[in-house]
Design a protein around this ligand. Structure first.
Ligand code: DGY
Length: 330
């Protein structure tokens, strides 16, 4: 029996599963994240931690938790956790890949279509009673999607799922960047691995699907955006700080690119000053990539399953530092 702390609302079913596994669960059933001080206090005597991407599990938190054996993040992205520090302390960390891949790719594509066809602007236009007559060239002319070039920055699971939608659903040519060549998308979709400048130069739509790391922070600055076509759109469903929002706003205002769709923000939940007021060819959503009831429940279940395995001395299916398990299970 271990003591587990759940930092925020994850649903009763997932919490019950932890209890059924015999653990003592302290469930903070709230939707507002704790302050760093509160989190440090809460982890003092716990063996396991279930957290969300809004909980920063840094060295201060890890140092405050001498008994901690495992952190289960309810997200695929884990830039909120200092993985290196956890590994050095022999603490297992897991995430929730796979269960959210298709849902997040659906959302990326929904945003791509929404920006290309100016759906939010059209909705506002109608509701404001501005539709007076059909015109051949109306004020809200959009962009074609079918047959265009889609550049995927980061061909991981989600990037590949976006590529599939683009290639098979919309006849798009797929370009991508990644650390290594991805045979499946190359063979099945004809995708081509190119350098980032080449991808930016050729793509009509650029979808960011790479994790946030020191290398990808502010990957998209004004300089990067200037390498895109003036008729191109940027879609970010990955992590906000990959795009320098001030620069994006300048790029939109100056017509450096045609449009952007953002699901994530640099200083979430806030938007950079000026962005909220900028309505033309900019679609924004509050980090909804994986936000369907089914998928969010699966994410909670996956995180809990990982934690139960890790606390039982088994290898968590989605361990990010399995070497810790190998060391401790010897
Ligand atoms: C994640 O899992 O990293 C997403 O951002 C939220 O689903």
């Amino acid at each position: 029996m271990a003591k587990v702390f759940v930092t925020q609302h994850i649903g009763d079913a997932a919490v019950q599963r932890l209890r059924d596994a015999g653990h003592v669960v302290i469930y903070r059933d709230e939707t507002v994240p704790m302050t760093p001080d509160e989190l440090q206090t809460a982890v003092r005597s716990v063996d396991g931690l279930v957290c969300l991407l809004t909980d920063r599990v840094d060295t201060a938190v890890l140092d405050a938790a001498p008994q901690l054996k495992m952190v289960a993040n309810v997200a695929v992205g884990y830039d909120n956790i200092d993985l290196g520090a956890a590994t050095r302390r022999g603490i297992l960390v897991s995430n929730t890949p796979d269960v959210l891949t298709e849902t997040t790719a659906d959302h990326a594509f929904a945003l791509l279509l929404a920006i290309a066809r100016r759906i939010p602007e059209a909705d506002t236009f109608m509701r404001a009673g501005k539709y007076e007559r059909f015109e051949l060239f109306p004020p809200l002319l959009g962009l074609d999607v079918y047959g265009k070039t889609l550049g995927i920055v980061g061909m991981g699971r989600i990037g590949a799922a976006v590529a599939w939608r683009g290639a098979l659903g919309f006849g798009m040519k797929i370009l991508y960047t990644a650390n290594s060549a991805k045979t499946a998308v190359e063979q099945e979709l004809g995708a081509q691995k190119v350098s980032l400048p080449e991808l930016l130069r050729q793509s009509d739509f650029v979808s960011i699907n790479t994790p946030l790391t020191p290398e990808t922070r502010h990957l998209f600055t004004l300089e990067t955006l200037r390498q895109m076509k003036p008729t191109a759109c940027l879609v970010n469903t990955a992590r906000g700080p990959i795009v320098k929002e001030d620069d994006l706003l300048t790029a939109l205002r100056e017509g450096v690119i045609w449009g952007a769709a953002l699901d994530v923000f640099e200083a979430e939940p806030k938007m950079t000053a000026g962005l909220a007021e900028y309505r033309e060819r900019l679609v924004v959503a509050p980090h909804l990539g994986s936000a369907t009831g089914e998928t969010r429940r699966k994410m909670a279940e996956t995180a809990v399953a990982n934690l139960i395995a890790g606390l039982a001395g088994q290898k968590p299916p989605n361990a990010l530092n399995p070497q810790v398990w190998r060391e401790t299970s010897r």
